[in-house]
Every structure is written in C-alpha cells, then in structure tokens.
Design a protein around this ligand. Structure first.
Ligand code: T5A
Length: 220
C-alpha cells in the first residue's frame, strides 16, 4: 500500500473518546520539537480546509446518513487531509502526529456502528487498502469505558454526535481497537492509558523512540 514518499515519519494516535489522545499528541509534539524532528500535529476528521468542513458536518447531530455514506465522507476527508497536509509534511522530512486516522473508521463505523457486520467490515477494509498512505506506527490509547466517562464528565464540554451514543457502542469501539492492535502487531501498539498524564506520555515515548531516525534522539 502507498507510494514512495519523503523521509518523514507518520505516527497516528487512536483510542476511544476521552482516552487522552489530544493531550498526549500535544505533549509528544512539544517534546519532539526540541529534537529536530519538526513535528506537525494534525487530526481527523479534519486537518485541511475541505476536510474540516466535512468534520463539522460529520460531528453535528442533525442528519441521518446511511452508514456507507458516513464511511465514504470520513474517507473523503482523509484523502483531502493526506493530499493537502500529511504528504507535503512527510515530503519535507517532518514527523507527523495525527490524532485519529483510518483505524478510527474501522473501530467507530465498523465495530461500533456496524457491529462488526462482515459486509461493512469488508467495505471499510477495501477503502483502507485504497488509502495512499499507511501510518508507520499507530499508538492506541486503551482506557476502560468507566474511566473515560469520568474524564469526559470532568472536562464538561458539549458532546458531539459520537460521544452521545450509548455505552454499548463505546465498549464495541474500545474492543474493536484492541482487535485492530491484535491483528497488526507490527504497526499498532496498545498503550495503557489509565495512568497519569506523565506516565502515559512516557509509555508513548518508549514505543516511539525505536522508530525515530537514528541520531535524532528524543530530548531529555
Ligand atoms: N471518528 C473519527 C469516526 O467516527 N470515524 C473516523 O474515521 C474518524 C477519523 C472525532 C470523532 O470522530 C469520530 C471519533 C470521534 O468521536 P474528536 O473531537 O476529535 O472527534 O474526539 P476525540 O478524538 O475522541 O477527542 P476527545 O477530546 O474527546 O478525546 P481525547 O483526545 O482522547 O482526550 P483528551 O486528551 O481531550 O482528554 C480528555 C479529558 O481527560 C483529561 C484531559 O485533561 C481532558 O479533560 N485527561 C486525563 N485525565 C487524567 N489522566 C490522564 N492520563 C488524562 N489524559 C487526559
């Protein structure tokens, strides 16, 4: 899968709602900025102007899309993001840290909304194979639903369309991410996200450091 590209590194952070991805992505980017990696922090859905427009639509709760249409819109946003943001950064040799990517489509639309329906899973997997860029490393923040719910309650922000879905949905999503990690052990690492912020940050660094370019050490 994928065309030859520059010497950058493409890292994705995944996990259920409130697992701490945005917090950890920011910390990682700050830490790596001092190491000469010129990291770029981006997110999905979104990360480019057209994709951000699709994000607004996808996260609003005011429509009833068919599941396949919803999947295609996430993929459309992803292709825009790749072309306008991710590929250019990688071509410049930058390290890209992306908050969610194609594993979220498999977890949310496949395992979550699609309940693992084989036809939906095959549909998504075909689109993933057609995606021109796969991550070099994916770090899945794994957090029990109970703990995630407490973190989200304490954050006290308005829930988007997916956050409003019931606990059974979120449990399927979290189980889906574990299954994804199990199926792709070379690319995907499951990280225990239940510790405090600094401890999770260290676990991410431990997983990432061997993949960083030789001679470009993570700053202390
Ligand atoms: N989606 C996305 C799909 O359905 N299909 C797709 O293909 C894609 C790409 C995106 C939504 O779109 C869906 C999935 C999502 O529902 P979003 O707003 O980007 O929406 O949602 P999330 O990615 O889930 O972001 P969240 O902000 O909700 O969760 P995070 O980023 O995992 O969590 P974070 O870092 O904001 O932390 C949550 C709270 O916990 C605290 C933080 O301070 C914050 O208050 N916290 C901790 N507290 C204690 N200990 C720690 N270790 C903590 N880490 C963070």
């Amino acid at each position: 899968m994928g065309e030859p590209r520059g010497r950058g590194l493409f890292i994705t952070l995944e996990g259920g709602e409130g697992a701490g991805k945005s917090t950890q992505a920011r910390l990682l980017v700050d830490r790596l900025a001092g190491g000469g990696h010129r990291p770029l922090h981006t997110r999905e859905p979104g990360g480019a102007s057209g994709a951000e427009r699709l994000r607004t639509f996808l996260l609003a709760g005011d429509h009833q899309l068919s599941l396949r249409a919803e999947i295609l819109l996430h993929v459309a946003a992803r292709f825009d993001h790749i072309e306008h943001t991710i590929e250019p950064a990688l071509a410049e040799g930058r390290l890209v840290v992306c908050d969610r990517y194609f594993d979220s489509t498999l977890a949310y639309q496949g395992y979550g909304l699609g309940r693992g329906d084989p036809e939906i899973m095959a549909f998504i997997r075909t689109l993933i194979r057609a995606t021109p860029l796969a991550p070099d490393l994916t770090l899945v923040l794994d957090l029990p639903r109970e703990q995630a719910r407490i973190r989200l309650r304490d954050r006290n922000a308005a829930p988007d369309r997916y956050e409003q879905l019931d606990d059974a949905f979120h449990v399927r999503v979290a189980d889906g991410f574990r299954e994804i990690a199990h199926e792709a052990p070379g690319r995907v690492r499951l990280i225990d996200a239940a510790g405090d912020v600094e401890r999770v940050h260290q676990a991410l660094l431990d997983a990432l450091t061997p993949r960083l370019c030789a001679g470009r050490a993570v700053p202390a």
